[in-house]
Write a protein that binds this ligand. Structure first.
Ligand code: CS2
Length: 480
């Protein structure tokens, strides 16, 4: 088992991370830990901030911020195995609603050089279809009225950067690690829109002094269960209240422009690239696009985990064909990247039997995810007059899944920030499959300018009719 080999008490807090969920603890924190070990540069401790819930702080503070990353897969005999690493670079944990002043102070501290974010798609208060700031979002409305007591992540950033500017401190790097297209540029656009309204001089200062490198992050990190806590704690020989699980695979392609330095993350597997955009498109369309299709088809069928879903041969063949025939042809060529190899490796990652990654976990927040995962590919293929049969089945699976009941009769809740609007739209949906497909294309936050797209409506209608009539497995089996 790996453990910190540097003096934790000497760590400075050079990174403040907003959204201290499992993903960042299994990704950027692991790369930071590797950099600390390789270089001994102790400027890069992490302060983890939760914007809503206290659970991570409450679990980690009694164990001084230490936690375990358990990487899991199966050996050549299919036997599950795990490797444990205790990570030490998280030195402070804060919860924004409990102590907003402490969060602002940390963000505005002289030692802070990077503010990174994994706040999920919905945390950006951004309209998913057109990418603009949601001015009517309650948190944004509150942040415009009371900018010194922020609620949204953008509000915290704007306020703390105003404090840095007032103190005469230099600029910092703002680094989004979320699955959004052009993630940090998206963050910059939204932050500048807010800052411009609050104080145009602040927006100018941010533009001049801060940097926003985009990056592609990739690692599958399923939610930790109580059973995982027990298994890891037993293997560790002491209680860890909040371990995180991950696949062994790790990737991070990040643009190298950091306003105030950065850790040598390449020691932990990061790749510094001139432009992250082609890597982001590849990853969002292949990994996340396929993931969402598996999630909706799987959840609707009653297949609880990604590997269990992939165990159904028609689903595996469908995902393979989706990626090979419809997604990969839309992707730019990348040096050293072979789409065949990438696809085969991806299917193997999805089939990892030791992760138990729940389809319902990936299915959440569909309204925030589908545009960048599937609809960019759809638009591109439609313009080029190419078939979208598999993509349409993925989208129809989302609609089918929204009924809230799987094929075994089990009911589940729809976890989405727009759940209310989805329910109202569902209640008003016509029965006929083509009318229903046209109706769903008018759900503007997701489909935007595709509202009247007849080719998409017809493809989705065929898929929807098949799913309703024959169920998931049979529809997949005949979907060529
Ligand atoms: C998943 C991602 O939950 C989801 O929506 O598609 O979290 C996915 O596991 C990661 O992006 C993989 O890098």
């Amino acid at each position: 088992m790996q453990q910190p080999r540097y003096r934790r008490e000497d760590l400075q807090l050079g990174i403040v991370h907003l959204g201290m969920g499992a993903f960042v603890r299994a990704h950027m924190a692991v790369a930071t830990e590797a950099a600390l070990h390789a270089t001994g540069d102790l400027r890069w401790g992490i302060c983890g901030v939760s914007l809503r819930h206290a659970d991570v702080r409450d679990a980690l503070v009694p164990q001084q911020g230490l936690y375990t990353v358990a990487t899991r897969d199966a050996d050549e005999h299919g036997q599950a195995r795990q490797h444990l690493q205790v990570v030490g670079c998280v030195r402070e944990l804060l919860v924004a609603p409990d102590n907003p002043a402490a969060v602002l102070q940390r963000l505005a501290a002289a030692a802070t050089r990077i503010v990174s974010l994994t706040i999920t798609e919905k945390g950006y208060c951004r309209d998913p279809a057109n990418g603009t700031l949601q001015w009517d979002h309650p948190d944004i409305v509150a942040d415009l009225t009371q900018p010194d007591a922020p609620r949204s992540a953008l509000g915290y950033l704007a306020r703390s950067l105003a404090l840095r500017r007032a103190q005469g401190l230099g600029g910092i790097t703002l680094l989004s690690l979320d699955n959004l297209p052009a993630n940090s540029h998206t963050l910059r656009g939204l932050l500048l829109a807010l800052a411009e309204r609050l104080d145009p001089a602040l927006a100018d200062w941010i533009t001049t002094h801060c940097s926003f490198p985009c990056s592609m992050v990739d690692r599958i990190v399923p939610r930790t269960t109580a059973a995982d806590v027990d298994v890891v704690s037993r293997a560790l020989g002491c209680q860890d209240a909040a371990p995180v699980l991950a696949e062994p695979f790790f990737d991070w392609a990040v643009e190298d422009h950091f306003a105030a330095g950065r850790p040598d993350w390449q020691h932990g597997g990061a790749r510094f690239v001139p432009e992250a955009a082609p890597w982001e498109t590849l990853k969002l369309r292949m990994v996340n696009g396929a993931h969402s299709c598996i999630a909706y088809l799987g959840a609707a069928a009653g297949w609880a985990t990604v590997d269990a879903a992939l165990g159904h041969e028609p689903l595996r063949r469908f995902v393979d064909a989706l990626l090979r025939d419809e997604v990969a042809p839309t992707l730019p060529a990348l040096p050293g990247l072979d789409h065949e190899t990438y696809r085969a490796a991806l299917l193997q990652r999805f089939a990892n039997p030791a992760l138990a990654h729940r389809t319902q976990q990936i299915a959440m927040d569909g309204t925030q995810k589908l545009p960048q995962r599937l609809l960019g590919t759809v638009r591109q293929r439609l313009v080029q007059g190419q078939p979208i049969k598999h993509l349409a089945l993925g989208l129809a699976a989302w609609v089918h899944y929204l009924s809230g009941q799987d094929e075994t009769g089990a009911r589940y809740a729809i976890d989405d920030p727009l759940a209310g609007a989805l329910q109202a739209h569902l209640a008003a949906a016509p029965t006929d499959a083509l009318d229903a497909a046209r109706h769903w294309l008018r759900f503007a936050t997701v489909f935007g300018d595709l509202a009247d797209c007849e080719p998409l409506a017809r493809n989705m209608a065929l898929a929807l009719a098949a799913l309703r009539q024959h169920g998931v497995e049979q529809s997949l089996a005949s979907w060529h």
